[in-house]
Design a protein around this ligand. Structure first.
Ligand code: ASP
Ligand code: MG
Length: 453
């Protein structure tokens, strides 16, 4: 077995078509240490699969089947795969039709089975490609390795069981050969298919890296690196060469959608170095996410998250009373609303809710506000953007908030959270001014060589 080994994960856009897959195959071929490849479904496929249960009309459903079949048949043609691979892919496609036609489409269990075909097919095609390119590769069903509980739709992995399965089934395959497996899917104790939740392939890769005790996990994606801010907002955004897990976690939570935040958990537990790089430009430096970085700037990056709603609850009853906050949060919990930021004063509480998803928007408008209004005055402000400065010792660095307020002196800052985390300071502004605010902050805190800090 080559020592040390690496787990390399390729996201949906990295395996979107034959050419994209060829680039990934080259990345694997280039480094014998890349012993395990974890793949997402080809880009767009999981979205289509999740639509299947909603499209009760035969016609629309048929279109989705066709589109999935055509995409994958065309990749198989382009790659000129073997007859055996073609049959395996066709087998999955017809099984998919069967499950999605006769299964109970409201059941989360059936939805997970439907979703699993995306990854099962992409990995089957990729294994064939590697072998054509002279890289000896075997395919393995991730459901034998990623053992989970039975929470279909977002199953919880059982790390002990995963370690056993990896030691017994995966490790013996690694030698001169490479192993290709699926991200996102697993199985519960009775063997039924589960998924780790959308975007879960990164998590799979991290779990395998943990179980294999690798030192490195690579996430190959369509962005070159993690940037100091969104390059679509600030042209001068710079790639970050190295960032700590703590900082990266704040970034993923605060809207830099490069990584699934839970990915970091197994890597943090085992001090695995995580590399994020572009499969289109593998020669570019990318970003390393590490436990300890030699350089810990006060401000490493600035993130922004749109579509925030601010709810302010005001009541004189709060004064010297206990149980008010508990009551407030119980109502939110009953409606399954997750709160991101909270600030309180003697008689009011402000909290932010991410209304990026239609479901949440709906839940917020229906019922919750009414229930809260029964015991307090409620004000709702929409269309806000959450901006976060992410870095180190932000709570202990004198002058940060002073500079911030000075820079933004004619901007209405709606709410500010400082001190809850040493790695971030965040606040809300109106959507219309958000880009300008980020540009100003980036110019001041990141582009200036001789930053004031
Ligand atoms: N294919 C799954 C999704 O699109 C998992 C992943 O790509 O990470 O959510
Ligand atoms: Mg992803």
């Amino acid at each position: 077995m080559p020592e040390p080994i690496k787990v390399a994960k390729f996201g949906g856009s990295s395996v979107a078509n034959a050419d994209a897959m060829r680039r990934c195959a080259r990345i694997i071929a280039d480094d014998p240490e890349r012993a395990v490849a974890v793949l997402s479904a080809t880009s767009g496929t999981t979205n289509l699969l999740t639509l299947l249960p909603e499209k009760a009309e035969g016609n629309e459903r048929e279109q989705i089947f066709r589109s999935i079949e055509e995409n994958h048949e065309s990749i198989a043609d382009d790659l000129n795969v073997s007859e055996e691979t073609r049959l395996a892919v066709r087998g999955y496609l017809s099984e998919l039709r069967e499950v999605a036609t006769y299964g109970s489409l409201e059941s989360l269990e059936v939805k997970d089975r439907i979703c699993s075909f995306g990854e099962l097919i992409s990995t089957t095609l990729f294994t064939d490609l590697l072998n054509q390119e002279g890289v000896d590769a075997v395919w393995i069903d991730a459901r034998m390795l990623i053992r989970t509980d039975a929470q279909f739709g977002s199953a919880e992995p059982d790390t002990e069981a995963i370690r056993h399965a990896v030691t017994a089934q995966l490790l013996p395959l690694i030698g001169d050969r490479r192993v290709v497996t699926q991200g996102f899917i697993g199985s519960e104790p009775e063997g039924r298919t589960t998924t780790l939740g959308r975007g879960g392939s990164d998590f799979t890769a991290a779990l395998l890296a943990e179980a294999l005790d690798t030192r490195v996990l690579e996430i190959w994606t369509d962005v070159d690196a993690i940037y100091t801010t969104d390059p679509r907002v600030v042209e001068q955004a710079q790639p970050i060469t190295e960032i700590t897990f703590d900082e990266a976690a704040e970034l993923s939570v605060f809207g830099a959608k490069v990584l699934h935040p839970a990915t970091l958990k197994p890597a943090i537990r085992k001090d695995i170095r995580v590399y994020v790089g572009s499969s289109i430009h593998p020669e570019r430096p990318g970003t390393w996410i590490v436990q300890k970085s030699g350089q810990l700037p006060v401000i490493r990056a600035i993130s922004l998250r749109r579509d925030q709603t601010l709810v302010t609850v005001h009541s004189l009853d709060m004064l010297h009373r206990h149980g008010f906050l508990a009551q407030l949060f119980r109502i939110l919990a009953d409606h399954r609303i997750s709160v991101d930021l909270v600030t309180t004063s003697e008689v009011s509480v402000s909290l932010t809710i991410d209304t990026n998803h239609d479901g949440l928007r709906h839940r917020l408008s229906s019922g919750v506000i009414g229930e809260l209004s029964e015991f307090a005055d409620v004000e709702v402000e929409k269309g806000l953007v959450l901006i976060a400065l992410v870095g180190n010792q932000l709570d202990r660095t004198a002058g940060i908030s002073g500079q911030l307020f000075q820079l933004l002196d004619e901007i209405n800052i709606r709410l500010i959270c400082h001190g809850a985390s040493t790695h971030n300071l965040c606040f809300l502004v109106e959507e219309a001014r958000a880009d300008e605010v980020v540009q100003k902050l980036h110019a001041h805190f990141i582009e200036r060589e001789e930053a004031l800090l």
